[in-house]
Design a protein. Structure first.
Length: 272
């Protein structure tokens, strides 16, 4: 892999993958909202002797215009891409709308990934054996997309928003594969399992709870990224690849419905 872009690459699994591929000689660009964590990533790249291959773009992925700016900056930095990794995620205990009027979990977990996937396809198609990897809860069947209430005005909860984002993320991969049957870019949906990927993105009391839960039950980032690395380096031939940890997911699951995926795709195009 020669060129890689990671959305959410300054912490957790995103950073773990970024550092791994820097060690392999890959040119890696990451984005994140925190300038300090971006500097820490660049400093670590420099310690590896990879300063000339590492780039950081500070951006707020909740914003539609910021996602579009990122696409332009990546196009300026890379002539092609071999991989796009989508891992940015944040918990919103209370309902919060973005400046564009989109519920924040849905904006980050789905809409940002939609814009980046389609917006960077041209670069990916120039790459060698290119893949898009979207980290989420693939294989889970709980939760639905509330087509008539995507902003969750009716009965918002953290769980409801997170599950809707997860199911929308699954459908993004399905629709992308359907829309690019003649392209060479494969879409990988991956559920890494419960991972202790840090708590910097959380507010109290969730930060403390997550820290304890992670130490008790979470597997380390270094372990969680290994199956993903194998899929990225040697992807199966089909256009849609769905894995739950180390096992392939049944593509006939109702949460991976082609009909629902194309319905959400058309609705998203209308929203954007």
């Amino acid at each position: 892999m020669k060129d890689l872009f990671i959305a959410g690459g300054t912490s957790g699994m995103g950073k773990g993958l970024a550092i791994h591929y820097l060690r392999q000689g890959t040119r890696v660009t990451v984005t994140g909202s925190n300038r300090l964590r971006g500097k820490e990533f660049l400093d670590e790249a420099a310690r590896l002797g990879a300063a000339d291959r590492a780039s950081f773009i500070q951006a707020d992925l909740l914003s539609l215009s910021e996602n579009r700016r990122i696409i332009k900056e990546v196009q300026q930095r890379h002539a092609s891409l071999d991989g796009l990794v989508l891992t940015a995620m944040q918990l919103f205990p209370k309902r919060k709308l973005t400046p564009d009027g989109i519920e924040s979990t849905f904006a980050l977990y789905y809409v940002s990934r939609f814009i980046l996937s389609y917006g960077l396809t041209e670069l990916l198609e120039r790459g060698s054996n290119p893949v898009i990897v979207s980290i989420g809860g693939t294989g889970m069947t709980k939760g639905v997309v509330h087509y008539d209430d995507l902003t969750l005005q009716q009965g918002y909860s953290l769980l409801k928003a997170t599950l809707q984002g997860g199911r929308a993320n699954d459908l993004l991969g399905v629709a992308y594969a359907e829309n690019h049957k003649t392209g060479k870019t494969r879409f990988i949906l991956n559920h890494p399992g419960y991972t202790h990927s840090g708590t910097n993105h959380l507010a109290q009391p969730f930060k403390g709870i997550q820290r304890v839960m992670g130490k008790l039950f979470g597997q380390p980032v270094e372990k969680s990224i290994q199956p993903i690395i194998k899929l990225m380096d040697n992807p199966p031939p089909q256009s849609l690849i769905a894995w739950d940890r180390t096992r392939a997911v049944d593509l006939n699951l109702p949460t991976l419905s082609k009909k629902d995926a194309l319905k959400l795709y058309q609705l998203t195009k209308h929203i954007l």
